[in-house]
Design a protein. Structure first.
Length: 258
């Protein structure tokens, strides 16, 4: 997918329809699935604890941002008008070597807060990967807005464009995220409530796909990895994804390489 010719500049933004609205056929399949009012017999609900996906960091008790910060982020996104005119995605770029970081103030503030929040709960090597000292790398922040029923096709982030160490923050509403081995059949699903933070590094970043199903409610474990589940309706969800650009990927354009 091509993002066009612009060069990365401080707070420049681009938009792109990354998760299109459902087709009539998709809505019909979803409506059939959600016609069930009771439990989904034989279907494992999404976990609320970390599954055995190497390199995935997920902890609903520890890896989360404060309520006040979440509300402030949503206010800043609205004030900047990133989702005007029906757009559901905005891409922002910044050089880590610049004095301000290049990104808007509210995202620089988020990065500062995350560095402190995450430090006690992730390995030092992971923290250094996400928040390196004196880095000259360029960072991308991508903002996505999901209406109920919208999702994103399972994928691995472009291998030659984005580096290791990806942070995802959920705001406004929750959803289930699915993980599947690229070379295998193993699959896991986890519940991402609002304010939750996930980190992908190593295998979770390079050897597992991640995606969000196009449904209006999710089948979620009532606790931990319990097989007893409950339906949770989706609301208007905003996600912030923070990832490093690979050296040489400073020019946004041309043909993406996988």
């Amino acid at each position: 997918m091509s993002y066009g010719p612009p060069v990365i500049t401080g707070t420049g933004a681009m938009t792109n329809e990354k998760h299109p609205r459902n087709t009539p056929a998709e809505r019909a399949r979803e409506d059939k699935r959600l016609s069930l009012e009771g439990p989904l017999l034989g279907i494992m609900p999404a976990w609320r604890i970390i599954p055995p996906v190497p390199g995935l960091h997920y902890d609903l008790d520890q890896l989360r941002i404060p309520v006040e910060l979440g509300a402030s982020l949503l206010d800043s996104i609205e004030e900047n008008g990133y989702f005007r005119n029906g757009s559901n995605q905005a891409m922002l770029f910044g050089r880590a070597s610049s004095r301000s970081g290049g990104l808007p103030h509210f995202l620089n503030n988020l990065l500062e807060e995350l560095a402190g929040i995450l430090r006690p709960h992730i390995p030092p090597s992971t923290h250094d990967l996400l928040f390196p000292s004196g880095s000259f790398q360029s960072r991308q922040a991508i903002l996505n807005r999901y209406e109920p029923g919208e999702g994103i096709t399972p994928h691995v982030d472009l291998l030659k464009r984005f580096g290791d160490g990806i942070i995802g923050v959920s705001l406004g509403a929750g959803c289930v995220m699915d993980f599947k081995e690229v070379e295998g059949d193993t699959q896991w699903s986890i519940w991402l409530p609002p304010l939750s933070v996930i980190i992908l590094e190593g295998d979770a970043r390079f050897r597992w796909t991640h995606g969000i199903d196009h449904v209006r409610k999710d089948w979620v474990s009532k606790g931990g990895s319990s097989v007893e589940g409950e339906w949770i309706e989706r609301g208007l969800r905003t996600s912030i994804t923070l990832r490093w650009l690979m050296p040489g990927a400073d020019i946004v354009g041309g043909t993406d390489m996988d």
